[in-house]
Design a protein around this ligand. Structure first.
Ligand code: PLP
Length: 348
């Protein structure tokens, strides 16, 4: 049985949220450049956006060093994680190998349509246990899912080691690498696995505009993979059809807005250091994070944490990992982190 579980609260009577720190969103978005692009493109929203989508795919392909045939778009990367799970496992057979804990979207859909989950516990520093994952691959394995940096842990697996793992193991089975937080991994030995596509490796790399680009509600993501792999998925379910005309223009504008991305990375890092400093003072042992959220064990039940935080208007998440309750808090603005730290002091 899995070692990670999540608590939820029926908090219909909760006061208004003053600090929403429960969904790893970017508090600074959407970038002004993207807002302007949405406003300017909305008048053409009576049209399908095939050419515009094709232009965006071309721009993404160029950035990733692949051809447009290597790119499939979706309204957020969730859509692509779920579609891959549905198509690969819709005959109800096979297994998916992933770390435990990991981001559960793909695994949950695979399980729902009948796949089994081979959960491989993380190492003691919460990185992927690549040796154990390789050993877990068997003749029934249809996919390996890797989330790097990982969620809900925020931890990182060495880019060099992961590249080696993907390069070898993808000869046996496709490897899906979810890089939702990769741009936020300050100070880590990290690299995108997209370089393996040029070497004809069977990897699938998912990226999103929801985190570094600050557009979780605008809904744009993509995956880069071998054209044959994408053809297999798109035979059943099309990419791109779920993205609105305005979102395409927002995505394109945000890609050009390096200033926004640099600022997000900097402010996220500063607010995270402030949080670390205060968690240290209070004696909480957090997992060092390479993302825009931090997780740490707490001395109360997950249910108590959620109700006490929600009574103060603060949204966080509560997980049970290795039979202990943990608090996962997203990195908001500095002001929001001050509210969170103040609340944590009061309820501790
Ligand atoms: N992958 C990971 C690891 C995530 O944490 C998230 C969202 O939190 C997603 C994918 C999905 O994001 P989106 O569908 O907004 O691209």
């Amino acid at each position: 049985s899995p070692m990670v579980r999540e608590y939820f609260l029926d908090n219909t009577n909760a006061p208004k949220i003053v600090a929403k720190l429960n969904a790893n969103e970017n508090p600074y978005g959407p970038p002004m450049s993207a807002r302007k692009a949405v406003a300017e493109s909305v008048e053409r929203g009576n049209r399908y956006a095939w050419q515009e989508m094709y232009d965006l795919i071309g721009k993404i392909a160029k950035k990733e060093g692949v051809t447009p045939e290597h790119i499939m778009m979706g309204p957020g990367s969730s859509d692509l994680l779920e579609k891959v799970a549905l198509v690969l496992f819709m005959n109800g057979k096979g297994n998916v190998v992933s770390a435990d804990p990991c981001y559960m979207s793909l695994v949950n859909v695979a399980k729902t349509v009948g796949a089994s989950w081979k959960a491989v516990p993380c190492t003691s520093d919460w990185s992927h246990d690549l040796k154990a994952m390789e050993a877990a691959v068997d003749s029934e394995t249809k996919l390996v899912y890797i989330c790097n940096p990982n969620n809900p842990t925020g931890s990182i697996t060495s880019g060099k080691e992961l590249l080696d793992f993907c390069s070898r193991v993808s000869e046996k089975v496709p490897i899906f690498v979810d890089e939702a937080y990769i741009e936020l991994a300050v100070g880590a030995d990290t690299q995108s696995m997209v370089s393996l596509l040029a070497q004809k490796k069977n990897v699938i790399v998912a990226r999103t505009f929801s985190k570094i680009m600050g557009m979780a509600g605008i809904r744009v993501g993509y995956m880069a993979a071998q054209p044959e792999f994408l053809a297999q998925i798109q035979k059943i379910t099309r990419g791109g059809m779920g993205i609105s005309y305005t979102s395409i223009f927002a995505a394109s504008a945000s890609m050009d807005d390096t200033e926004f991305q640099v600022t997000t990375r900097k402010l996220n890092h500063e607010a995270k250091l402030y949080l670390y400093e205060n968690l240290d003072k209070m004696g909480y042992k957090y997992i060092p994070s390479y993302t825009n959220f931090v997780i740490f064990p707490i001395g109360m039940s997950g249910r108590d944490l959620l109700s006490k935080m929600s009574a103060k208007g603060i949204g966080v998440r509560a997980f049970e990992i290795q039979n202990k309750p943990w608090c996962r808090v997203s990195i908001g603005t500095m002001d929001e982190m001050k509210l969170f730290v103040g609340a944590l002091q009061q309820i501790s």
